[in-house]
Write a protein that binds this ligand. Sequence first.
Ligand code: HEC
Length: 190
Amino acid sequence: MAPANWFRGAALLALGAILGGLFVSSWEHPAAVAQQNNPPVTQATLLADVTRLRDITPPFSHPMVDVAMFAANLWFAGDKKNWPLANYYLGEMRNRLGWEVRLNPSPKGADGTLMDMKNIFDGIDTGSLTKLKTIIAMKDSKRFAAEYKNLLEDCYSCHKTAGRPYIRPMVPTAGSQPIVNLDPGATWPQ
Ligand code: HEC
């Protein structure tokens, strides 16, 4: 082998060794770190995890607080004829109602039997909720106010079935999110 060729061969060999070393260390390192961060799962660690998850789970009423907030915002957006915003709040309210149903599918009803929350929700979803969505799309202020009240009657009907007749909704007198401009003609911020 000529000296120049020999030198090139040795350099390539050294480069190969370095790259190989880098590859092995990058391959092994994450595995080692992962093992450090995830100690082996045992019955005791599972139990501790479940207990912790139970501790940090929000109460069942949590989505309903969102429902109430979005329902109030929906009223004021519709009242100000801000239809895109009203449609948004209707969607958010519907989404949180669905979450409540998934979180608490069968609470004990007023008559002591287990409620079928999904069944009640589906009735409202295809009833007053769908009607309100259509009315918002048609920008019909007059029918909006009337159908909104029908929705509140549906809310209350479920509360009575759930043994909570004391949670009686009403047409809101104040919005709950003063940071959102309800004026559809607002020009600031751009
Ligand atoms: C499918 C049944 C159902 C429907 C529909 C429903 N709710 Fe409820 N709501 C409940 C139940 C059950 C609770 C009690 C939750 C709990 O304590 O776990 C509740 C609780 C509430 C609360 C009290 C939340 C708190 O602070 O604890 C408000 C406010 C409320 N609902 C508003 C509404 C409004 C407004 C609507 C209609 C837009 C509505 N709900 C529709 C079942 C329903």
